[in-house]
Design a protein around this ligand. Structure first.
Ligand code: ADP
Ligand code: MG
Length: 341
């Protein structure tokens, strides 16, 4: 089918908690189009979260296993345009017959039906015809059916018949997996810390995540040189805001306290509780190595202490890094997080 993008397959669709239900429902539908209770199957979620990819993966999977099935993928917008054209050209019967002859219809972005009453009427009839004949309907939308404004009630009630499954923003691990998949597909290998940097910093949308990766891969081919973290930060300035922001003592304090689960303001207090002292000393040590602040400024920031306290803290941390493996791992972890920001 010319309408289906053959790159949008289940194989290329990374599974995570963010899409597990939608993905497995999609898979079930692909195995038995029209033969499950997931009819219609409605996939919903925000921009760039993989609705089109998943909906088309179902279509591609059906075509792969059942080449005789008539599968149509159409965006809601295009459907509306075709309807208007068919009114103008007096070909409305052809239009309706074409869609009613399908075994599977995949309609993308049905929120775009809002306000288009005549097109909704036509689709209502097509939907009923297909559904009654045991044909499969797959829909995508930016909202759950109950939240779709501007759609006729009778159409909405149909949309609620089957299963609605949402797509969420992928968690960090899934984002890393998506990036790795993309990277291997392009046959270029970027260092792990670059992948992690991108996955850490682009956390709202898969399309942007991929965009950043595509941009890195393209630049790496053009420049014929290996991309390290510093270069990646440079290249992704347009994708990631605050890339060049300086690391502040506030930020170090926040990271360290989050890491050890101690209240942020405690490191500035006079307490000598072991875990607070540890967080304070590590904060001072990292402030010395990652900011341009003087020993005096660092001491003053962390609870009005003098510069000899900072020297002592740095010495203590350095000694512990030498002698205590666990401690060394803690500091490395925090340093890694600092570098990601
Ligand atoms: P939407 O239709 O929700 O706006 P798309 O389906 O167009 O989003 O997805 C945006 C991009 O992200 C596409 O290139 C798609 O292949 C990719 N993508 C989204 N989710 C995943 C995933 N789970 N695994 C791999 N790629 C994904
Ligand atoms: Mg889409």
């Amino acid at each position: 089918d010319p309408q289906l993008n053959t790159n949008y397959t289940f194989e290329n669709y990374i599974e995570g908690d963010c899409n597990r239900l939608a993905r497995s429902a999609g898979y079930a539908v692909a195995a038995k189009p029209g033969g499950t209770s997931f009819n219609p199957l409605m996939i919903y979620g925000g921009v760039g979260l993989g609705k089109t990819h998943l909906a088309q993966a179902i279509g591609n999977e059906i075509k792969r296993n059942m080449p005789d099935k008539l599968v149509i993928y159409v965006s809601c917008e295009k459907f509306c345009q075709q309807f208007v054209d068919s009114l103008k050209n007096n070909t409305i019967n052809d239009f309706v017959n074409f869609y009613q002859a399908m075994d599977v219809i995949i309609m993308d972005d049905v929120h775009n039906f809002a306000g288009k009453e005549k097109t909704q009427d036509i689709f209502f009839h097509i939907f009923n015809h297909l559904h009654q004949s045991g044909k499969q309907v797959i829909l995508t939308s930016d909202k759950a059916p109950k939240d779709l404004a501007g759609l006729e009630e009778r159409l909405l009630s149909r949309f609620k018949w089957g299963l609605s499954a949402d797509l969420q923003i992928p968690d960090l691990e899934t984002r890393i997996a998506i990036l790795k998949k993309k990277m291997y597909a392009d046959g270029i290998e970027l260092p792990g810390e670059v992948i992690e940097y991108v996955a850490h910093n682009i956390d709202n949308n898969v399309r942007e995540l991929e965009g950043a990766m595509v941009s890195l891969l393209a630049q790496s081919t053009l420049n014929k040189k290996d991309i390290d973290l510093a270069l990646a930060k440079q290249m992704l300035k347009n994708f990631i805001k605050n890339t060049s922001k300086e690391i502040s003592m506030e930020y170090i304090q926040k990271l360290v306290c989050e890491y050890f689960e101690v209240p942020v303001d405690m490191v500035k207090s006079q307490t000598r509780k072991r875990e607070i002292v540890q967080a304070r000393q590590i904060s001072m040590y990292l402030s010395k190595s990652h900011t341009k602040s003087s020993l005096k400024t660092i001491g003053a920031f962390f609870g009005g202490r003098d510069h000899s306290t900072v020297i002592y803290a740095c010495q203590t941390v350095e000694d512990l890094i030498e002698t205590d493996k666990k401690f060394k791992a803690y500091v490395n972890d925090i340093q890694k997080k600092l570098k990601m920001s």
